[in-house]
Design a protein around this ligand. Structure first.
Ligand code: GLN
Length: 477
């Protein structure tokens, strides 16, 4: 079955002309038609195959991809999961979309997500919750829940996603797939609708590290259109993917094992440690002493930046506009009251508050200081270790509706993932086991620009294990 093939195998079949790009595209479109009504993983679908075979880029040869609906795509709906942009068609392409298209990727559609990427369950989407293919009553995680669900059910061989505090890795863990959040600045943010600009990072979700490496190498690298894009040598991750490192030291923070994590998840981490020891790695204990401050620090900085970024949605230039208004003031107020959902409003209120004159020093400036302490802890740790291992999430996928009235408990889903965003470090989530038929994710953080080591290490792990190859039976037809 075509949906069992890796990206590498698909490229080989396309190159040897055993398969045409049109056949492959239709195959995935049929899967989307068949399964998306149950999953709600796509907000819009790009049904037409543009038969410009001679124009299809030579590197990817027509591999289909799904894009998170946060990336602007010329002439296509780009909703960001919000009523505010429900009818917005972008006049230009995000850099990641343009680069992949010119390398030969064909867009299958745009995936569901939490509104403006705010959430951990995909329930804040204006287009309704996306479902977890392992159990349709459960959330797929968020905010890139649509991308993770689509890949887990193999409605796409790979998908783009974004991560501000965990939105690539947490849904990847909940859906039993692999998700890479690169170093801040490694993939251009141009054309990616901003949530919290100092934390936002684009990346990929796919079944394996090998699949991601192929796309990461094509999408990453300097972009003059993004002022925070890293202008540095790109390490081609595909080069050393199978290379066995001489000595690998993995650190585990004690704090990460007593964060009230589910015992089944901790047990899977133990097995993973054994596996890496068997593969020759050395495991040592490290101290990330400020890690208990990750969640509170993030929930000052991210809303502060969001409140500023989202001020552009005012009904004047684009997006939803209220019909009800008599004055400019009421146009702003009505447009924003109607266009934004509750979680987005909560973040704007919180962000405006922590940036307001009387509270700026007490909250925002203090959070920036703590952010520095958190980053320094990682710096210290990386003097002793190459990678830091933890669970991706403290809990297994939860039921739709279970946490929607409890924002604080929802925010704690990202307890393990947020640190990498605050420090700008690359990180990956990868499948390490199952409990009661539900997937469990393991999480590595590496030093800046070491996505090659992340992908290499997870690739070697995936050569020894088959968790990443398993898929929900119901969708394996
Ligand atoms: N769950 C976190 C939040 O709600 C992270 C979201 C993200 O990474 N985009 O802000």
């Amino acid at each position: 079955m075509l949906h069992h093939l890796s990206i590498k195998e698909l490229i080989a079949s396309l190159t040897e002309k055993k398969l045409s790009s049109e056949e492959l595209f239709s195959y995935y479109q049929e899967r989307i038609q068949k399964y998306n009504p149950e999953l709600n993983a796509f907000i819009s679908v790009n049904e037409s195959f543009l038969d410009k075979d001679s124009m299809i880029g030579t590197k990817l040869k027509g591999i289909p991809i799904a894009h998170k609906d946060i990336f602007c795509m010329k002439g296509h709906l780009t909703t960001c999961g919000s009523k505010m942009l429900a009818n917005f068609k972008s006049p230009y392409d995000a850099t990641i979309i343009a680069r992949l298209a010119s390398a030969g990727a064909l867009t299958l559609g745009k995936t569901n997500m939490d509104e403006f990427a705010m959430g951990s369950s995909n329930e804040t989407s204006f287009f309704g919750p996306c479902k977890n293919p392992w159990n349709l009553k459960l959330v797929p995680g968020g905010s890139s829940g649509g991308s993770a669900s689509a890949v887990a059910a193999r409605l796409a061989p790979i998908a783009t996603a974004t991560d501000t505090g965990g939105s690539i890795r947490q849904p990847a863990a909940f859906c039993g797939v692999t998700g890479l959040k690169p170093t801040y600045g490694m993939i251009s943010r141009f054309g990616m609708i901003a949530f919290a600009s100092s934390l936002d990072q684009a990346g990929f979700i796919a079944p394996s590290a090998e699949d991601i490496a192929i796309f990461y190498d094509l999408a990453s690298g300097y972009d003059p259109k993004d002022s925070t894009s890293i202008n540095d040598q790109v390490t081609y991750t595909t080069k050393n993917l199978d290379h066995k490192p001489n000595a690998l030291t993995i650190g585990i923070a004690k704090s990460s094992l007593d964060k009230h994590a589910d015992p089944h998840i901790l047990n899977a981490i133990k097995q993973t440690v054994n596996q890496f020891e068997k593969m020759g790695a050395k495991i040592i204990e490290i101290d990330l002493k400020n890690s208990q401050l990750n969640v509170p620090t993030y929930y000052i900085i991210a809303p502060a930046e969001a409140s500023s970024n989202l001020s552009r949605f005012d009904g004047v230039r684009y997006g939803h506009r209220s019909e009800e208004s008599q004055s400019l003031q009421s146009l702003y107020a009505n447009t924003r009251s109607e266009g934004f959902g509750d979680e987005v409003k909560r973040r704007i209120l919180l962000g405006s508050y922590v940036l307001s004159a009387g509270f700026y020093d007490a909250y925002y400036i203090k959070a920036l200081r703590v952010r520095r302490l958190i980053a320094n802890d990682y710096k210290e740790a990386f003097k002793k270790v190459d990678l830091i291992l933890s669970p991706t999430t403290p809990n297994l996928p939860f039921a739709i509706g279970e946490k929607s009235n409890d924002p604080i408990s929802m925010y704690h889903n990202d307890a393990y993932t947020i640190g990498a965003n605050l420090a700008g470090l690359p990180a990956i989530s990868f499948p390490i086991g199952f409990h009661n038929g539900l997937p469990i994710g393991g999480h590595f953080v590496a030093q800046h620009l070491r996505e090659d080591l992340l992908l290499n290490t997870v690739n070697l792990f995936q050569k020894e294990t088959d968790f990443h190859q398993q898929m929900p039976q119901e969708f394996d037809r």
